[in-house]
Design a protein around this ligand. Structure first.
Ligand SMILES: *[C@@H]1O[C@H](CO)[C@@H](O)[C@H](O)[C@H]1NC(C)=O
Ligand SMILES: [Zn+2]
Length: 393
């Protein structure tokens, strides 16, 4: 009896906290990149977002429709929801402007609302009103495209994992995990950034979800409680980003992402690296070059968290207790809020690399190792490039 009592908490612990399994080298090497879908002119994922899309304008609606079409066509298992709110803005002359957040969710089949812990992957899709014609390629067209790529890359593996699980004996205590893409509207200020004039969509959604209750006795009381981690991407797509770890309580998650980045680097899978085989092939001196990481704070200590707060879409969620991983460079890209934050000024390799890092992070979080069925293209390409590099000399 004594023994049983002692063992019970341990077994509970083991089944509630399924171990975090890292992706294998072979999965990391075969994970598809976005390729031509991120072409700034014709790319199916990115090009339609590279336009002005100020909240409440036809451009904003067109980009939202692009997202809806993408999910409806390619990812029919995702549940789509629009969250609408209205607000006056300093430039709307007393008129109410509509803000429309898009929420795409994939939960395990047969799961109950309130029992699923979700990884939320977040970016804003509106663009800034000024300067006129502002595209906001890093802010945040490219991050939105990265999330679409991540969603489509993990989609089939999720299906396979859940099918495999359904065949096993059902473990009632096993934590159910889902994933959610939040494409938020109205992040930008219309006039001068302040608490009122900014984060329109995020504020409305966080406040709505705070009061939306799951059935009594649910594990997670509200959709906010159900977010296990809120990963916010912003201002990504410029060369050589320097992304610190902003929050002590999610540094462990930051370290997982930094580890993925390092492993992709070591496996020569990051195209922006000077040591990527395609780049090596083009230069005579084959001596490996120093390559700075995007995620620079993997080894940050407990007492390193003294910096100021960057105001972004996470704020209304963080204020309500949601755990945040903020993936935003510091300093901001040179083009930040300038007219030349456009497709032409994106560093395509860096955009693709981020897409891979974020996709791998989501795959690892969702415990998808063993459920991918990719062609071996990526691996072969790298090897071919390496070989051709040698023969060229
Ligand atoms: C939200 O706004 C969109 C775009 O204006 C509209 O198509 C949709 O019907 C609205 N949804 C609700 C629930 O009002
Ligand atoms: Zn901005």
């Amino acid at each position: 009896m004594l023994l049983l009592l002692a063992l019970l908490p341990l077994s509970l612990f083991l089944s509630l906290c399924s171990a975090y399994t890292t992706l294998s080298d072979s999965t990391l090497k075969t994970l598809p990149g976005p390729g031509t879908d991120f072409d700034i002119r014709k790319g199916a994922l990115l090009a339609p977002i590279l336009r002005t899309r100020v909240s409440g304008t036809p451009g904003n609606a067109a980009v939202r429709q692009h997202f809806l079409d993408f999910f409806q066509t390619h990812l029919p298992s995702w549940n789509l929801e629009l969250h609408n709110s209205t607000s006056k803005t300093p430039t709307s002359n007393g008129k109410e402007i509509e803000f429309v957040n898009l929420i795409a969710t994939r939960d395990p089949p047969g799961s109950t609302p309130g029992e699923v812990a979700r990884l939320a992957l977040v970016a804003h899709y509106d663009s800034k009103l000024t300067p006129t014609g502002f595209i906001g390629a890093t802010d945040s067209a490219a991050p939105c495209a990265m999330l679409l790529h991540a969603a489509r890359t993990i989609d089939k593996a999720l299906t396979k994992k859940w099918e495999a699980k359904a065949k096993e004996s059902v473990d009632e205590l096993q934590e159910q995990m889902g994933v959610q893409i939040l494409l938020l509207d109205g992040e930008e200020a219309f006039k001068v950034w302040n608490a009122q004039d900014s984060l329109y969509g995020a504020k409305a959604l966080a406040s709505a979800w705070e009061h939306e209750y799951h059935p009594v006795m649910s594990t997670y009381r509200t959709p906010l409680d159900a977010i296990s981690l809120f990963v916010l991407l912003d201002l990504l797509g410029a060369k050589a980003p320097n992304v610190p770890s902003y929050f002590k309580t999610t540094h462990w998650a930051y370290k997982h992402m930094a580890n993925i980045e390092q492993r992709l680097r070591d496996l020569k899978q990051l195209k922006s690296s000077p040591n990527h085989p395609a780049k090596m092939a083009k230069r005579k001196n084959k001596k490996p070059r120093i390559e700075p990481n995007f995620l620079v704070d993997a080894n940050k200590g407990e007492d390193g968290y003294t910096g100021g707060l960057i105001e972004d879409d996470h704020i209304p969620f963080m204020a309500r207790g949601v755990e945040i991983l903020h993936i935003i460079p510091s300093p901001f890209p040179r083009v930040w809020h300038e007219i030349d934050d456009d497709g032409e000024h994106l560093d395509t390799d860096t955009v693709e690399d981020w897409a891979k890092v974020v996709t791998a992070f989501a795959a690892e979080w969702m415990e998808l190792e063993g459920f991918f069925e990719f062609e071996k293209h990526a691996e072969r390409d790298v090897e071919e490039a390496a070989t051709s590099g040698k023969t060229e000399l």
